[in-house]
Ligand binder design. Structure first.
Ligand code: ZN
Length: 194
């Protein structure tokens, strides 16, 4: 089932997600619905806040690219990231491993058509639970490491625009403000109907 993606300007995007404690069918259904929604919108990651739920849950499907290989080590074993995809992270916690930061142009399904460079560390380790509640530790880099950082930020109410440097943000400020205004006027109308 396709879900509606929440756009910037909706206050749920600023909310830190609650821990997931029940690993029932509800979360498996959410997983499938969020994946369907993400594929339809051609995204590579989607956080629960972006479908209106403030919980510690996100889905990811990062494509492989021959020129930009991704290294991934799951629970101490090196494996192809494609074997991990698609995946979800439940209650994730990121640790930054010693590495350089690099800039990369990011987009976000809650900010249609808006893109901007964000600096993030290359190498991370993330501890999380899977759909059955089993704990895992994943070390990764490249686009996967970046995507996980972007999504886990969402789970903590942090948006990619918050991470942009001033001069980058000033280039998209107008569009961002327009989007916020538009989202808020739609929300207002919906509340009036209720
Ligand atoms: Zn996003």
């Amino acid at each position: 089932m396709l879900l509606e993606i929440v756009k910037y300007g909706n206050p749920i995007l600023d909310k830190k997600g609650k821990m997931v404690t029940e690993f029932s069918d509800t979360i498996s259904v959410l997983y499938q619905n969020m994946l369907d929604t993400m594929y339809k919108e051609e995204g590579i990651g989607l956080a629960a806040q972006q479908v209106g739920l403030a919980i510690q849950f996100c889905v990811i499907d990062v494509p492989s690219h021959p020129e930009y290989p991704i290294t991934s080590i799951l629970d101490g074993q090196s494996l192809s990231p494609q074997l991990l995809m698609p995946m979800c992270l439940i209650n994730p916690e990121i640790q930054f491993l010693p590495s350089d930061e690099y800039y990369y142009e990011e987009g976000c399904l809650s900010f249609p058509e808006i893109k901007g460079d964000v600096a993030r560390p290359e190498l991370i380790s993330v501890q999380y639970q899977d759909l059955d509640g089993n704990p895992h530790k994943l070390e990764c880099d490249g686009l996967l490491g970046r995507c996980i950082q972007h999504e886990v930020d969402h789970l903590n109410g942090i948006l990619f625009t918050d991470r942009m440097e001033k001069d980058v943000f000033s280039g998209i400020k107008k569009e961002v403000q327009m989007l916020k205004k538009n989202t808020q006027s739609i929300l207002k109308k919906q509340n009036n109907i209720k």
